[in-house]
Each structure stands twice: as C-alpha cells, then as structure tokens.
Write a protein that binds this ligand. Structure first.
Ligand SMILES: [Fe+2]
Length: 266
C-alpha cells in the first residue's frame, strides 16, 4: 500500500498564510510515502515566488514530485515566456520538467502540459507522449501507472470542458500508454471519476491546497492510498477561514474492464 499526498495549485504569491502551517503540519502527520504537486507552484513565476515554493517543498515529506503549471511561466515578460518559459522553474526545481519516480508497486511519471504559446490552456506534446509511453512500457506488469499532469483532458467538476487542446486525443493517448491514474489540478475544483471513452484511466483531481484563488469557497488536498488493484482517496477540505478537516472518501477498484467505484470507505 502506497500513501500518496496529492497537492496542487499552491500559487506562492497568493497564499493563505493561515493555511500554510496547517498544511505542513498535516502533511507530516499523514506520513505519506510520496508527495505530488500537480502544477501552479507560483502565482506569476517570479523568482521570489519560486524561492518560497522551494522552501515549502523542502518542508514536505519526501520524496516530492512536482510538474509545472501554466502559472509557472512568466506572463508579462513575453520575451522570456517565448524563449525560456521554464527558466525560473528549472533554476528552482532542476532542469527536468517531467520527473519519474518508481516505488514498489507504482511508477509515477510527471507530464508538462503547460503551453507557453497560449494564455492558460494545456497540451500533451509528442515528446511527453513518447516519454510517458516508454516509462510505462518499461514498468513491471503489476505496477500502478500514475501520470501527473497540471491540465487533465476531462471536464471540470462543474462541467466546464477540459482546458486542453485536442482533449479527446490526449485522453486516447493516456489510455494507450497504459495509464491507470491521472493526478491533476488547474481547475481549483476537486473531482474524481473516469471518462466513458477511457474506462481504464481514473482521474483524481484536487483544487487549490493553500491559495486564495478559490472557485468553490474551499481549499482542498487528498491523501490517496494505492493498493495492488484499488485506490482510496481521502479528501481534506478547509472552508474559508477554517482549518482543514477530513471530508469524503472515495474507493475505486481496478478490474479487467476498467475502474469501478465502490461504496464509501468506512
Ligand atoms: Fe492554478
């Protein structure tokens, strides 16, 4: 059983300062085997914001896998955005934008969906596809194959269409690569489920862990327990002005025909 702490959209530069220490304390108490942050580490990709994000990551229980989001590319400096969109990200988190992490029973592949040529929507490039496909092909047969994307090719919790170019094609690509689970953020709305056209891919999305950029009036994150063929996702929510409290749990079973939702965990 792997305990995975899933955070997203922390947006240093627009952080709720009351929630930051609460999250760090909870992260330690939850004793995850691995922590994943699915993009938008910063609000405007400024060096000081990246420095704060780095200090935060260094205080999380490791190993910590991060991928960039659209906010991690400079918005105002067009030259930098076009010539070296990930320069500040790389000087903070290393050159690798698509890290791989292997654990007993799982392989986790980061995917960079941030597209410097558009304002905020994502894309799945050929380079990322090849990387993902190769990583998952080389993994042990029984390993849970987990892809971490900032943008997911599925609608948000409120039905807003996927904010991703050629989302249907990206969904097919993820399925063909053998992806079991996609961890994502971007919408600032938590969401779980599977796509009708790719029943073998389970989508687990969290909102914003600690930023003030709320869409639903709540901050949230998830602790995900990953077994050989099962996933239990425990949501944690903080209503505005309050501390994080445990919320709903969702259970899923991996079968030969895809994922199946199970009654709520007890
Ligand atoms: Fe965000």
């Amino acid at each position: 059983m792997i305990r995975l702490l899933h955070l997203s959209d922390v947006h240093f530069g627009a952080v709720d300062d009351r929630l930051l220490p609460l999250l760090l304390a909870l992260a330690r108490d939850l004793r995850p085997d691995v922590t994943v942050i699915s993009g938008d580490l910063t609000q405007r990709a400024r060096p000081g914001q990246f420095a704060a994000a780095r200090a935060f990551v260094d205080r999380l229980p490791g190993p910590v896998l991060v991928v960039p989001g659209n906010h991690d590319m400079p918005l105002g400096n067009l030259g930098l955005r076009l010539l070296a969109p990930f320069a500040n990200y790389r000087s903070t988190f290393g050159r690798e934008l698509e890290p791989t992490l292997t654990l007993p029973g799982a392989v986790i592949q980061g995917v960079n969906t941030a597209n410097p040529l558009v304002w905020k929507s994502g894309h799945l490039t050929r380079h990322s596809t090849d990387r993902l496909t190769a990583t998952f092909a080389a993994a042990p047969r029984e390993a849970m194959r987990i892809a971490v994307l900032h943008h997911a090719p599925v609608p948000a919790a409120d039905g807003t269409p996927a904010d991703m170019a050629d989302a249907d094609a990206a969904l097919g690509t993820l399925a063909r690569a053998g992806t079991d689970i996609v961890l994502s953020g971007h919408t600032h709305m938590p969401h779980t489920g599977f796509a009708e056209t790719a029943a073998g891919v389970l989508f687990l999305q969290v909102g914003t862990a600690i930023s003030t950029r709320l869409k639903t009036g709540t901050n949230d994150f998830a602790l995900i327990e990953i077994g050989a063929d099962s996933v239990t996702r425990h949501a944690w929510l903080a209503r505005q002005g309050e501390a994080f409290v445990p919320s709903a749990s969702a259970r899923f079973l991996r079968t030969s025909t895809g994922w199946r939702g199970l009654p709520e965990a007890v």
